[in-house]
Design a protein around this ligand. Sequence first.
Ligand SMILES: [Zn+2]
Ligand SMILES: [Zn+2]
Ligand SMILES: [Zn+2]
Length: 377
Amino acid sequence: MEALLNPITATKEDDGYSLITDKGSYDLTASDVEVVTSGNRRIPAHSGVLASASPVLMNIMKKPVRRYRGCGGSKRVIKISGVPCDAVSVFISFLYSSSLTEDDMELYGIHLLALSHVYMVTDLKQRCSKGVVQRLTVENVVDVLQLGRLCDAPDVCLRSMRLIQSKFKTVEQTEGWKFLQEHDPFLELDILQFIDDAESRKKRRRRHRKEQNLYMQLSEAMECIEHICTQGCTLVGPSNVVDNKKSTAVEKSTAVEKSMPCKAFSTCYGLQLLIRHFAVCKRRSNEKGCLRCKRMLQLLRLHSSICDQPESCCVPLCRQYKIRGEKDKKMGEDTKWKLLVRRVVSAKAISSLCQSKKNKCEGEAQGLIRLREKFDL
Ligand SMILES: [Zn+2]
Ligand SMILES: [Zn+2]
Ligand SMILES: [Zn+2]
């Protein structure tokens, strides 16, 4: 008998699609199931194979055999409709061999995703989710998203949403989008909501980066204040080398000659100008006074909040601010100021880490910033 020799070759006068099986033993037994497609193709199969691959099919196998008109014998008939005949053939073939070609994925990926969901074939569903996502285009993305939701495939949904978000102007022009607007206003709303959320996430990230920059600048300014005040105000050759804390005004010039220019040159230069101004400004102590002096005082106060060696520190007002800070602490400190100090301290820690491992600097700082974002330090 032909069926015995080659029991899982599709009958019917179709393209002769044959199921390749590596489950050799099934070649020897006759098929006991017939899968019928919407195009009325009949694919012989084995209940044992189908049942072991799909819990849904297993349940079907447990039910008594129902005979269809025109289907003689005791074969069980399973109808799989709503997808192309070839997609069903590929599906059944997968249940036997667990293999799927790229061509099959290309042609029937979305149908196979639907079938794998309905018949609960987990490994096929995973592969189809991946395959479908890889083949996302602005043309098919709306359909795929709808399918992804029906099939409960979160990855497919997320990736589709992202594509729609990034190419919204183009997607809006597609037939799929127009159809969706007419037939699924709730999904349309979901998509618009997703786009809106993504935009605000982007804005938040941008704002955070901006703030981060500010803290980095402040931390840089803190380092510069320290070395400027330690080595003296050296407008001509700013230096970041604090090699001699006791250097006096006389020794200053030689220290400058030995040292390299400060890496934060523009910050350093600005600060030195500010310090010079502060030293001579007549409106310095005036309450309504000079904005530049006010800023200088804030920077000095910030330094004092960070400084851990006020006893030997050369920065002006460091100890005074420390003493005042202690008093403020007892009275309950300004929380905004505390937050600022904390952030500058951690920016400082990050930048010093960068200096010690300059090569890996960028990656690490990014990592640290991400870490800090995560723990909201
Ligand atoms: Zn400097
Ligand atoms: Zn001033
Ligand atoms: Zn200090």
